[in-house]
Design a protein around this ligand. Structure first.
Ligand SMILES: Nc1ncnc2c1ncn2[C@@H]1O[C@H](COP(=O)(O)OP(=O)(O)O)[C@@H](O)[C@H]1O
Ligand SMILES: [Mg+2]
Length: 493
């Protein structure tokens, strides 16, 4: 028994479909049983009422036949009453008893169970008082459940006797049993149909869940994001499928970006490495003998190694940003100081290209406070240097670069980098933040950019929940604008 229960438990909780199936079955069985019980009770009540009416009518018919004899009250009239009672009883199958106004039995269709005086029996008593009365009781002599209807017989306004009609309740019970069997058959048939429908329904409801779990398993084993779930539902499970597919799409996109990044990075690393190889080869082949050539080749070796180093540094930075491992993003950063330091760091390059670099700091509206933001100082410096480096790189000799810092509505801090450089083609604008994207491949490679500079800037600004915008006109120059939240000092009454 215990084992059976364990097996059943296991089977039910093994799948959602089984749980649904059992739920459907339970609900329908309970509903059917309740309806059946209710129907049986109603039928029984109805049958008894019907029977009561019929018995009353028969009693009234009999009373019309015997009322004279009741009044006469002679042995002969008693015989006639007995004859009428027996005739009616054998025709209808009910038992009849006639008593006089004192409750004495005058006639009985079942002489064996005769009693002398029945005035103690409830229904007879009530009928003698003038009302039609019924009762259900088990007779100790015959050990049978009886249903009685007792009707008074009247003659000229007076009750002259009572006719009691009785019937064995087993007759009604048998009819109810037949009904019960029909009901059980209906329940069984409905049950079988329900099992089939529930099975179909349960499998239909749980199919997407099974598909989803199979796909998730397949993805976790193979790491292949190429398959999607079929979408054929609009309900909550359909929504879940949609989210699942969106998640797969997202993972697939991430995977694609990652692959592309690796292949770009390898390519970018390979180019200078091969160049270094050929310079070394040339030196070995004899170029080292000639002092002029040697100087030239060693110079390009130096530049190539420098380029390689900055590329590797950029790659390290970006992967650090991606992994989110950087520690403190809540330092108090003095932006004006960062800008000044960055300008000083790049001034030699600007001087070499004969560019004027100037800064404009506005602190109006701060009530003497400082331009402080919360964030990571070295990352912010990196972002500022990268943008400034670009402005210097992409502005021809004689041009100018202006950096202005100002508070915006006391809430945000704006850093604007304006140059008079070559500008960016509108077609390139949407891509300049992409990793390894360079607008002009030939020129930028020569100026030494890695194509990662603005990608790093974008990540850093995003980390600070800031915004980064660019406006540019080809041949006129570009303006990069960074906005960051100012630290709220709480002294702004
Ligand atoms: N101030 C600027 N003026 C003109 N073009 C710019 C400027 N800043 C960025 N760009 C363009 O955006 C591209 C991407 O910039 P970046 O990510 O820093 O890569 P790079 O290593 O080439 O500098 C650059 O190759 C360049 O074409
Ligand atoms: Mg750059």
């Amino acid at each position: 028994m215990n084992l059976l229960r364990r097996i059943l438990y296991k089977w039910i909780f093994r799948s959602l479909a089984n749980q649904l199936l059992v739920t459907y079955l339970l609900v329908i069985t309970i509903a059917l049983v309740v309806v059946t019980l209710w129907a049986l009770v109603a039928i029984r009540k109805e049958s008894l009422t019907d029977l009561e009416h019929t018995m009353e009518v028969e009693a009234v018919n009999l009373s019309l036949e015997i009322d004279n004899d009741l009044v006469l009250d002679s042995p002969l009239s008693h015989q006639r009453i007995q004859a009428a009672v027996e005739r009616l009883s054998s025709r209808l199958g009910y038992s009849f008893v006639v008593v006089d106004k004192d409750g004495r039995v005058l006639a009985d269709s079942q002489p064996i169970v005769q009693k002398e005086n029945l005035s103690n029996e409830q229904e007879i008593n009530e009928a003698l008082a003038g009302v039609v009365s019924k009762s259900t009781r088990s007779e100790p002599e015959s050990n049978q459940n009886m249903f009685y209807v007792a009707t008074p017989v009247r003659s000229m306004g007076e009750t002259t006797g009572v006719i009691r009609v009785g019937v064995q309740l087993t007759q009604i019970e048998q009819r109810l049993q037949k009904d019960l069997i029909v009901f059980l058959e209906i329940i069984l048939a409905t049950g079988v149909i329900t099992v089939f429908i529930s099975l179909l329904l349960a499998r239909r409801v749980t199919r997407p869940v099974r598909e989803m779990s199979a796909l998730a398993k397949q993805i976790s084993i193979s790491g292949d994001f190429s398959a999607f779930l079929p979408m054929h539902r609009k309900d909550e499970i359909g929504e879940l499928c949609l989210s699942f597919n969106q998640m797969i799409g997202r993972l697939r996109e991430q995977e694609r970006v990652r692959q592309e990044f690796i292949s770009n990075a390898s390519h970018e690393l390979k180019t200078p490495t091969m160049a270094i190889g050929s310079v070394v080869e040339a030196l070995q082949a004899g170029a080292a003998e000639d002092p002029k050539l040697r100087h030239q080749f060693l110079g390009s070796l130096e530049r190539l190694v420098e380029r390689q180093t900055s590329l590797i540094q950029d790659l390290l930075d970006i992967s650090k940003l991606d992994s989110g491992l950087d520690s403190n993003w809540q330092e108090e950063v003095n932006v004006v100081q960062l800008v000044n330091e960055s300008v000083e760091q790049l001034r030699p390059q600007a001087d070499k290209k004969e560019l004027t670099v100037s800064t404009q700091i506005t602190q109006d509206g701060l009530g003497g406070g400082e331009l402080i933001v919360l964030g990571n100082a070295s990352q912010l410096q990196r972002a500022i240097v990268n943008i400034l480096q670009n402005a210097i790189n992409y502005t021809p000799a004689g041009g100018s670069v202006t950096i202005s810092v100002r508070p915006v509505r006391g809430e945000r801090l704006e850093i604007k980098f304006q140059d008079t450089g070559v500008g960016i083609d509108p077609a390139d604008l949407p891509h300049i933040y992409d990793r390894f994207y360079r607008a002009d491949k030939a020129r930028t490679r020569e100026t030494g950019g890695t194509g990662l500079g603005l990608a790093i800037v974008r990540e850093i600004i995003a980390r600070h929940h800031g915004t980064l915008d660019v406006e540019s006109q080809v041949g006129k120059g570009s303006t990069f604008t960074v906005q960051l939240a100012l630290r709220q000092t709480g002294s702004q009454e």
